[in-house]
Design a protein around this ligand. Structure first.
Ligand SMILES: CC(=O)[C@@H](O)[C@H](O)COP(=O)(O)O
Ligand SMILES: NCC(=O)COP(=O)(O)O
Length: 251
C-alpha cells in the first residue's frame, strides 16, 4: 500500500481563531483535502485550545466517519483536563478516532519537538495505551529518530510509532540530510523488526517528502500540516485575487 497522507488541519483553526468567528471553516477545509484524495485527517488539540477545539474534534469525527477515512487524533495523554479541553482520553472516548497518536508535549511548547523517553518506568504509559486500545483506537507513539530503545513502544502495547521528522527537515533545509535520513531509517527498521508500523511527521513538505520516503523504508502514513497549508495559500492566491478583482469589476 502506498504511504497514506493524513492532512493536519490545525493551522486552519489558527487562522479562524485569530478573528473569533467561524471562517475559515475547519470541516470545509478537511473535506476539501479529502476530495483531493488525502487518506485521512489529523488534528492535535492542545490544552490551551490555541487552534483545534473540542467541538472541532467532534465535527471532524463526524466528517471522517461519514467519508470512511482515518481520523488521527494527537495529544498528550498525561495533560490534565481544563476548561475547554476535556483531556485526551476523554476526547478519544467520545469520538473513538481510528488512530490515537500520543505525544509527550508540555503546555508551553510552541509545537511538538521531541518523542517519548522510554528509559524509565513505563507503567503509566502502558495503562494509557491499554485504555485507548480498549476504545478501539490504534495507538501510535511519537518517537525521536535514534531513540535508543524504540522497541519498548511495542512492549507498552503500541501498534505504531510516529517518527519525529523535525530534525530531518532541518537537516534537509541545511543541504545535507544523509545522516538524518540514515538515523530515521535505522529507527524505522528496528521498530518494524518488533512488529511496529511506522508513521512519520513534523515539518515534512513538498520539498523534503520524496527524499524522506526514498530513504526510510515502508512508511505507512505521513501527517502533514504546517507546510501543506502554507503551500495551499500560495497555490490559491493567484486565482483568489483574480476572483476579487472580478467581483470589484462587477460591483
Ligand atoms: C505531533 C506533531 O508532530 C506535531 O507536528 C503536531 O501535530 C503539530 O502541532 P501544531 O500544529 O500545534 O504545531
Ligand atoms: N504529526 C505531525 C503532524 O500532524 C503535522 O506536523 P506539521 O506538518 O504541522 O509540522
Amino acid at each position: 500500500m502506498p504511504t497514506q497522507l493524513s492532512v493536519n488541519v490545525n493551522k486552519i483553526a489558527v487562522l479562524r481563531n485569530s478573528r473569533g468567528g467561524d471562517e475559515p471553516d475547519v470541516v470545509r477545509a478537511a473535506s476539501t483535502c479529502l476530495d483531493a484524495g488525502a487518506h485521512g485527517i489529523t488534528v492535535h488539540p492542545r490544552p490551551d485550545a490555541r487552534h483545534i477545539r473540542a467541538e472541532d474534534v467532534y465535527a471532524l469525527a463526524v466528517l471522517t466517519q461519514s467519508r470512511g477515512v482515518e481520523f488521527n487524533l494527537e495529544g498528550n495523554p498525561f495533560a490534565p483536563p481544563r476548561v475547554g479541553y476535556p483531556g485526551f482520553a476523554a476526547l478519544c472516548g467520545d469520538v473513538r478516532p481510528a488512530q490515537a497518536t500520543l505525544v509527550p508535549d508540555s503546555d508551553g511548547q510552541i509545537t511538538s519537538d521531541h518523542g517519548f523517553d522510554f528509559s524509565g518506568d513505563l507503567g503509566a504509559l502502558r495503562e494509557r495505551v491499554a485504555e485507548l486500545r480498549a476504545l478501539g483506537c490504534r495507538v501510535s507513539l511519537f518517537v525521536d529518530a535514534g531513540c535508543p530503545d524504540v522497541e519498548r513502544a511495542a512492549e507498552v502495547g503500541a501498534q505504531r510509532i510516529e517518527l519525529y521528522t523535525g530534525p530531518f527537515a532541518a537537516a534537509h533545509a541545511g543541504g545535507d540530510a544523509r545522516a538524518a535520513i540514515a538515523l530515521c531509517a535505522e529507527t524505522a527498521r528496528r521498530a518494524q523488526a518488533v512488529g511496529l508500523g511506522v508513521n512519520a511527521g513534523h515539518d515534512l513538505s513538498q520539498g523534503n517528502l520524496a527524499a524522506f520516503l526514498q530513504g526510510v523504508p515502508d512508511v505507512l502514513e505521513v501527517s502533514i500540516g504546517h507546510a501543506l497549508i502554507g503551500d495551499a495559500l500560495y497555490a490559491g492566491l493567484d486565482a483568489t485575487v483574480r476572483r476579487y478583482l472580478e467581483a470589484i469589476a462587477h460591483g
